[in-house]
Design a protein around this ligand. Structure first.
Ligand SMILES: NC(=O)c1ccc[n+]([C@@H]2O[C@H](COP(=O)([O-])OP(=O)(O)OC[C@H]3O[C@@H](n4cnc5c(N)ncnc54)[C@H](O)[C@@H]3O)[C@@H](O)[C@H]2O)c1
Length: 283
């Protein structure tokens, strides 16, 4: 298994586009795959807009912007990922969808390629086992927004080789992140601790203990958190948050992980947070 030079990203949502930006600005050649041409174009447009802003603020030069853009190819063809040294899957938090995708990646990506998932909670071992290279499958869990947040959790399913984990840790470090190694258990470190808090904040709101605004204000001011639980749920996405809670509950059967009904109803109503313009707040 050689060094990582080229990185494939599958998925062009909040995290996929953030990962493409992060990897390209960290010096990697990036191929990002969206299911549609429009989605692929949107990744490049978003990246260009963000980089233009940085040029206008004199954080980077126009030449640096052009160099980053030249490193990114956006496509709607999964086959384009064939020569990637590392592929990071970042599609919807749904085990069946991810398993199918790993089966396809197994056929497409060169045998030496590492296949990683950005899942927030799902069992990485299940993805490893649909491939013929379970030793080369791991989790590389970034946080939102990926270019800004310092932490990466590298998840080691019991099948992963030490070399794979070493490569994943080195990739995270080259991207300027602080990496921690975690075993393959639902929620890893951060979400296993964070989501009972977020779920209970919604429960507290359901019980009319305080308004949403006041709960957010309380947690910002009382705990020095940069944002309150409802603003954070809207940022993460309520569908992703619900999927995370369901996966945590599936594994631990702890009532703190049992998603409260307001969250489930909002997802059913398509109120998914910032990405749809409405979640707990309106955007
Ligand atoms: N949102 C966060 O804060 C956050 C943080 C860390 C990790 N993650 C993880 O990253 C992954 C992506 O989350 P996101 O927030 O970018 O979600 P998102 O809703 O913004 O994007 C989901 C992406 O998946 C694609 N997709 C949907 N259904 C698909 C299917 N059937 N087949 C292939 N692609 C499909 C969509 O087109 C989109 O590109 C999830 O595994 C999530 O748990 C999310």
């Amino acid at each position: 298994m050689g060094d990582i030079n080229s990185v494939g990203i599958v998925g062009s949502g909040i995290m996929g586009s953030g990962l493409a930006e992060l990897a390209a600005t960290s010096g990697y050649d990036v191929i990002v795959r969206s299911r549609t041409r429009a989605g692929a174009d949107a990744v490049v447009a978003g990246l260009t807009k963000g980089l233009d802003k940085q040029v206008s603020k004199e954080r980077i030069t126009a030449d640096e912007r052009d160099a980053v853009l030249a490193r990114v190819i956006a496509t709607d063809h999964l086959g384009k990922l064939a020569e990637c040294d590392l592929v990071i899957e970042s599609v919807v938090e749904d085990l069946a969808v991810k398993k199918e995708l790993f089966g396809e990646l197994e056929q497409i990506v060169k045998p030496s390629g590492i296949l990683a998932t950005n899942t927030s909670t799902l069992p990485v071992i299940e993805l490893a086992m649909v491939t013929q290279r379970p030793d080369q499958v791991c989790g590389i869990h970034f946080f939102n927004p990926a270019p800004m947040m310092r932490l990466v959790e590298v998840i080691k399913p019991i099948t992963a080789s030490d070399d794979t984990i070493k490569s994943a840790l080195a990739f995270a470090t080259t991207c300027g992140k602080d990496a921690v190694e975690v075993v393959d258990r639902a929620g890893f470190v951060v979400n296993a601790l964070l989501f009972p808090y977020l779920n209970n904040a919604v429960r507290m709101y359901e019980q009319s203990t305080a308004t949403m605004d006041d709960i957010d204000t309380a947690m910002r001011g009382g705990c020095n958190f940069p944002m309150g639980p409802f603003a954070l749920l809207d940022l993460v996405g309520l569908d992703t948050s619900l999927a995370i809670l369901d996966a945590l509950y599936d594994e631990f059967r702890d009532s703190n992980y049992a998603a409260v009904s307001t969250l489930r109803r909002k997802v059913a109503a398509g109120q998914l947070g910032r990405k749809t313009g409405r979640g707990f707040y309106q955007y």
